[in-house]
Structure formats: C-alpha cells, structure tokens
Ligand binder design. Structure first.
Ligand SMILES: Nc1ncnc2c1ncn2[C@@H]1O[C@H](COP(=O)(O)OP(=O)(O)OP(=O)(O)O)[C@@H](O)[C@H]1O
Ligand SMILES: [Mg+2]
Length: 259
C-alpha cells in the first residue's frame, strides 16, 4: 500500500507535503526530542558560518548539509562522519539533527540511527543502570548500548565535551564505542564546544589519542560566529520592551481617566 493510501485508509491527518511530520515519530524514537532540533529546517538555520581545513573560507552550515545529502551513500558506506565544534549556540546540534533526519527520510525509516545527548546518556545508561542495579537491568542497558550506540548506522553524540564525568571507565567506554564503530565502518557525528586539543586533555588516555581516532574518519567542521541564542534573547528583550511600553501607556491612560 502506498503511503498516501495508508494515511487515507487509517484516516490519519498527515500533511504529505510536510514529509517531516510523517517521520516525526521515528525522529523522536531515534532520540531527537529537543523541539529546537526536531523542528529545525535547513532553510531557517543553514546560514551559520563554518570553516573546514583546506576549504574556501566562506562556507555556511547548509553547505555541509548539502555535501552530506549529495554524497550520503558513499559517506555512510565508508563510515565517514563529522566533528562539529565551536562556541555555544552556533547551530551544531541543529545541523547534526538535520543530517540524522535526512538519513531517516532517505531510508524510509528502516535504518538504525541514534542521537544521544552525552550528559543524559552517561546519567541514564552508564551510571544509573550500571551501578547498584539488578543484573537484568544492566544487561538491558548493555543490549541497548550494543544496538543503539555501537551498531547504529549513524550515531550522533551531542555535546561530548560538556560532561564533567571523565574518569577512566567513561574514557574506556567512549573509546570502546568509537573503536567498534571505526572498525565496522559506521558513521559518527560528534558535537562539542571544546577544541580537539581540549578533548584530548579531557579524555586523556595513556596509549591512545581520542582526537586521532576521531579525526581519521570524521571531517572537522568549525562553527564560527555568535550564539543564535543571543539573537533570541535580544528578541525577548525587544518583546518585553514593547510590553512595558504598553503598560506605561495603559498607566498613563488610566491616570488621565482619573483626572
Ligand atoms: N543559522 C541560524 N539562524 C538562527 N537561529 C539558529 C541558527 N542555527 C541555530 N539556530 C538556533 O539557535 C539555537 C541554538 O542552536 P543549537 O542548539 O543547534 O546550537 P549548538 O551549537 O548546538 O549550541 P551548544 O553548544 O550550546 O549545544 C537553537 O534555538 C536553534 O534553533
Ligand atoms: Mg548543542
């Protein structure tokens, strides 16, 4: 049955012009539950300036998106990925989410992909379930990690640099996941607001430099420019100013009324 007929048949009110809506459930199941990322559109957020070593210097984040879209099969086939790094609020997570959504749409939902917030992930799977919990819960967590972190065709690790949890077992776990993925040609996108050097200092390993592993197969993309959250806070200030002006106006008017 064609998708259109299916929606007619089940009487689901889905706007087929908006393909994102059709796949929304899968986006959420893949881990994209932040509304900012879930609703991001490349037309709205693709103008963030980015730089890639060895490339011309007037690139925008939409160029990275189209680079991925145009070469998706080859990139995923070879297990290539990206490292998005740069200051807060510059659009890294939004772009990573858009790429993941593009993969889901292209493969019509039948692909194992995962988006994890690194801090949430460590709390939920690494610490909470692995310490002091019954064995069946631990094995559930391990099975989840195997399927969704190790074997996912595309894994986004969002905000890798942010967690303060960087002791040995976390570093080992991260290396285990990354090594497994590299060996099996599985693509990974890392977002972080620290540099690769800082990543090495943070996840220091005696034998292995994490950044070397990551750089082998992941294209580094530096996000430049100001935080878009600042723009949003300026918008909020403008809105608040208008509201206070209106209040003043109302006060003045009621003051006049009293006279
Ligand atoms: N090019 C853009 N123009 C306007 N708004 C944008 C643009 N890119 C992203 N945004 C908006 O800016 C906010 C921050 O974006 P995002 O969360 O992707 O940034 P980030 O780089 O991942 O930040 P952090 O380092 O804090 O995780 C979001 O609300 C997003 O919708
Ligand atoms: Mg982010």
């Amino acid at each position: 049955m064609k998708r259109k007929d299916y929606y007619k048949f089940t009487e689901k009110k889905v706007n087929l012009d908006n393909v994102d809506q059709v796949y929304r459930e899968k986006f959420v199941l893949a881990g994209i539950d932040n509304p900012d990322v879930l609703d991001a559109k490349i037309e709205d957020i693709g103008d963030s300036p980015v730089c890639i070593p060895g490339q011309k210097d007037n690139l925008e984040s939409k160029d990275v998106y189209h680079y991925f879209r145009n070469n998706m099969k080859e990139i995923l086939g070879d297990g290539e990925g990206f490292i998005f790094f740069g200051p807060k609020g510059t659009g890294k997570s939004s772009l990573a989410g858009l790429i993941l959504k593009a993969v889901i749409i292209y493969y019509k939902k039948n692909i194992n992909v995962t988006f994890v917030d690194w801090i949430e992930y460590l709390g939920q799977y690494f610490y909470n379930t692995w310490s002091g919990k019954p064995f069946d819960v631990q094995s559930e967590a391990k099975a989840w990690i195997q399927k969704n972190m190790k074997e996912a065709k595309l894994l986004v690790i969002d905000d890798l640099g942010k967690s303060k949890r960087n002791h040995n077992s976390v570093v080992e776990h991260l290396l285990e996941v990354i090594n497994y993925r590299n060996r099996n040609n599985l693509s990974t996108i890392i977002t972080m607001n620290i540099s690769l050097q800082e990543l090495d200092q943070k996840y220091d390993d005696e034998h292995d430099r994490l950044s070397d592993r990551l750089r082998q197969v992941n294209l580094p993309v530096g996000f430049l420019g100001e935080s878009h959250r600042l723009e949003q806070s300026k918008e909020l200030l403008d809105k608040a100013k208008k509201r206070f002006d209106n209040l003043d106006q109302e006060k003045n008017n009621s003051g006049k009324g009293n006279n």
